[in-house]
Ligand binder design. Structure first.
Ligand code: PXP
Length: 237
């Protein structure tokens, strides 16, 4: 299992005061020291947490891959082409949302997305699309030519009754099986924590996890290294 740690919320804390601490680079170095597979960062159009400079500082000083989450915007695409992360993950973005709500609608934006993503051809950057576990979204992602689908686990993570949890898990499982069957790599993320990760680990088609908020939250009490290592233990296969 590839385990990517999203460090956006280290930057959220820093931006709360507009200063230099906590250091996003130090967080990235800890992710590297913990031998995780990648650092995930989301450069939002409103720059509410990660800033452009963070990306280039991480790229320069850290040797593990960067997975850059980004909206399909001309401005951010230009930055991604300069940064050359190992992977980009296309997410939908609305300025007023608290966090990414729902997956990218590749059915609705198929033509726009395929044309905008064509600039990444030949760059060696892996393309991942963050989508809901829906049959049509998954098959359209394949047609769009992406390498990876990241299944949005937010609905599962927000579920509180056994019935809804099982319903959402079933959607994720079926989506992961279909994705793998049609030749896509399957990732998952959003709202995953130290408790709800166990059922996701039972879905063998999922090969990559992107986890942020729960780890950064736990790090307040136990430190970032321990918070990461505790999660790493749970996602090791
Ligand atoms: N994957 C994607 C595509 C995301 O947008 C996010 C949130 O930035 C995550 C994973 C991580 O979600 P969380 O912070 O809830 O673990």
């Amino acid at each position: 299992m590839l385990f990517n740690v999203n460090i956006d919320h280290v930057a959220t804390l820093r931006q709360a005061r507009g200063g230099i601490e906590p250091s996003v680079l130090d967080a990235a170095l800890i992710v590297e020291r913990c031998k995780c597979d990648a650092i995930t960062v989301h450069l939002r159009e409103d720059r509410r947490h990660i800033q452009d400079e963070d990306l280039f500082t991480i790229k320069k000083n850290v040797n593990i891959p960067i997975n850059l989450e980004m909206a399909l915007s001309e401005e951010i695409i230009e930055i991604a082409l300069k940064l050359k992360p190992q992977q980009i993950t296309i997410v939908p973005e609305r300025r007023e949302e608290l966090t990414t709500e729902g997956g990218f609608d590749i059915l609705k934006y198929f033509d726009k997305a395929t044309s905008m993503l064509s600039v990444f051809k030949g760059t060696g950057i892996s393309l991942s699309l963050f989508i809901d576990p829906d049959v049509d979204q998954i098959t359209a992602s394949k047609s769009a030519g992406v390498d990876i689908i990241e299944i949005h686990t937010g609905e599962y993570s927000n579920s509180s009754t056994t019935d809804t949890i099982n319903f959402e898990l079933d959607r994720i499982r079926k989506g992961a099986i279909l994705g793998k069957e049609i030749g896509l790599q399957v990732a998952a993320g959003h709202g995953l924590n130290y408790t709800n990760i166990a059922s996701i680990m039972n879905i063998s088609e999922i090969e990559e996890l992107n986890i942020g908020h729960s780890i950064i939250s736990r790090s307040i009490f136990v430190g970032l290294e321990q918070a990461i290592l505790e999660m790493k233990k749970l996602v090791e296969v």
